[in-house]
Design a protein around this ligand. Structure first.
Ligand code: ZN
Ligand code: ZN
Length: 193
């Protein structure tokens, strides 16, 4: 189950960071992140009694703008890329079929949960997408994306100015300890509002 808005951040037993934030290297966090899209897919696919899962997945990816982003991402996971043999959209940087499919995923519906700043769900979907195709991103961006994900999931969202400030600080010292510290400082400021 994905964390609710306003939930306390929990520590992961396996990596010691906040849950979800250790993906993709921490196996437990990686499963939690995959679970965000898988949970939604299972609820959705339950309504398609007797249908072939791959056929349904192909149907969904043909009309990504009609479905929640988690359903679209889960559908892509179920299709094997004909060019590179990976899960469609998650292959190597030079796979044109994967890159094309990845572009289409952003047509999907992103619905903010009640009580979150506008754009929170978009931020979650971008960070989940980055963490699940880590080979496409610089180590520095991956680090920021993964460490912010737990806070986004409980309903926080940096303003553009905060995001720029934090990103400049990350560039000057991109170590996991330092970035975790920045996220914690930022969270502390949010809570006192
Ligand atoms: Zn972990
Ligand atoms: Zn591919």
């Amino acid at each position: 189950m994905r964390p609710a808005v306003g939930a306390a951040l929990a520590r992961c037993d396996e990596c010691g960071g906040y849950e979800y934030g250790g993906a993709p290297d921490c196996r437990r966090c990686r499963r939690l992140v995959d679970g965000i899209v898988e949970e939604k897919w299972h609820c959705f696919f339950d309504q398609w009694q007797g249908e072939n899962e791959l056929d349904v997945a192909r149907l969904i990816t043909a009309e990504p703008d009609q479905h929640d982003w988690r359903i679209v991402d889960a559908a892509l996971d179920r299709i094997v890329c004909e060019e590179c043999g990976n899960r469609l959209s998650r292959g190597p940087m030079n796979c044109s079929a994967c890159n094309l499919a990845h572009g289409f995923r952003y047509a999907a519906i992103e619905s903010d949960r009640p009580g979150v700043p506008r754009g929170n769900e978009h931020a979650i979907r971008v960070n989940v997408s980055v963490v699940r195709r880590p080979q496409m991103t610089s180590a520095q961006e991956l680090l920021a994306r993964r460490l912010f994900l737990p806070a986004l999931l409980v309903g926080f969202l940096p303003t553009t100015a905060q995001a720029q400030r934090i990103s400049a600080m990350i560039k000057s010292d991109p170590t996991p300890e330092r970035v975790s510290g920045l996220v914690d400082d930022w969270l502390r400021d949010q809570r006192t509002w």
